[in-house]
Ligand binder design. Sequence first.
Ligand code: ATP
Length: 485
Amino acid sequence: MTYRTYHTYLTYLTFFRYPLPHMPAPSLDLLVSLCKRRGFIFAGSDIYGGLANTWDYGPLGVELKNKLKKEWWKTFIRSRTDMVGLDASILMNPKVWEASGHVSSFTDPLVDCKKCKQRFRGDKLLEEKLGVEAAAILKLDQVQKMLMAEKIACPHCKAVDWTEAKRFNLMFKTHQGVVEEEAALVYLRPETAQGIFVNFKNILDTMRLRLPFGVGQIGKAFRNEITPGNFTFRTREFEQMEIEYFVEPGTAEKYFDVWKDAVWNWYTGLGIAKDKLRIREHDKDELSHYSSRTIDIEYQFPWGFGELFGLANRGNFDLSQHEKFSGQELKYTDPDEPTKKFLPHVIEPSFGCDRTVLTFLLEAYTEETLPNGESRTVMKFDRRLAPVDVAILPLSKKEHLIAKAQEIYKMLLDKTDLTVDFDVTGSIGKRYRRQDEIGTPQCITVDFGTLGEDPAQGATDTVTLRDRDTLKQDRISIGDLIKAL
Ligand code: ATP
């Protein structure tokens, strides 16, 4: 299709306001393939055959992830006077993990299939059959019995022959310095939260904060998961976006609900459909050792509902443990009543960054059939998340046309913060389809009308601005372009 007929055709669609049907991502495989084809996410160490469920964000994936983190930081840190940020180290004094309970309790029940020797998380196998609540309250010595009683087959070889469950600690160990001995043992942090707790006193001493206040950080965490899988949903290296919100004892439940609403609104405000989200309250028996109340926000992934975000009332567990183990006083002094000293209680909103990126990818993925039977795949990202904000597409490769398009490109880079793509390869129809597939909200076509050489294409110094979702095309002057983006 030539540019002109494509243009007329799209205008026709817009004119009749054709309601394009929206279909959710039909399968994870389709998304994985789009991510690879279009440079969002690649298999890690690909040329060496990969490394079990490791993934690398490609040029578009890193833009998407950075924009997501920027939105998160803007909403929860920069635009609030009660929040500050932090970037703590991944390697921490091992005593941190003794104090937090991770050395003794951060374990999953590991079972082996006696026939094929593959290893699995016993609780996850049971969860599929019995539901998450029932599986979470099982004691270690009940796991094998239940697997056998429920006749749960090995996902690999289909045998029903399980070993007793063993506790498997998920923390990655490494050695610091040149000597590989026990004294030099350190862990890769399994959560970012503890970096905040150990800096609580530093932040209190330097930032003149009053309760309630929170500290947020974004960073890598590492868990030696027994069964990573489902693309970036469960990996051994991942990023978290965590907040520890410090409050006066007795007020935690109130702030718990405030955070629940704030997080729900953030996800839905950026385009996650409400009917794909649900809140799951943890049963009392299921709660972690530090928590008096936990909820998860779950998203309906192609394989079923899975945790996207967790909110926990941690009480003063962490601060009191760190006081005990470090010997340092971590109490807060009420500035209005200097004799009133206490350990604040903590509400923890904990976001998985990679799971959130995956959710936005799934949610954006749309296949549409146009009235002429042609279909297109379009990533309907919220504009704030789209990896490319605007693409400049010169209609032909003629040198003077490219030069004009480059002038516009440079103007946008100089005068805006937008991520701008410049694409000259292939027919205009193909380029529109590529931009749809990567979710670019707007395309600017520079043609011979722009140059004043073909009034039929448009007036001098005007360009065509095409909208990704409505397919509407407007002819606007270059002087009005920045306003229109
Ligand atoms: P799960 O039950 O799925 O193992 P969790 O309850 O252990 O998760 P948290 O400790 O609450 O997870 O971590 C906070 C968030 O970090 C989770 O809501 C999730 O989004 C993310 N997360 C946890 N483990 C992983 C992982 N292995 N890969 C990717 N993201 C993860």
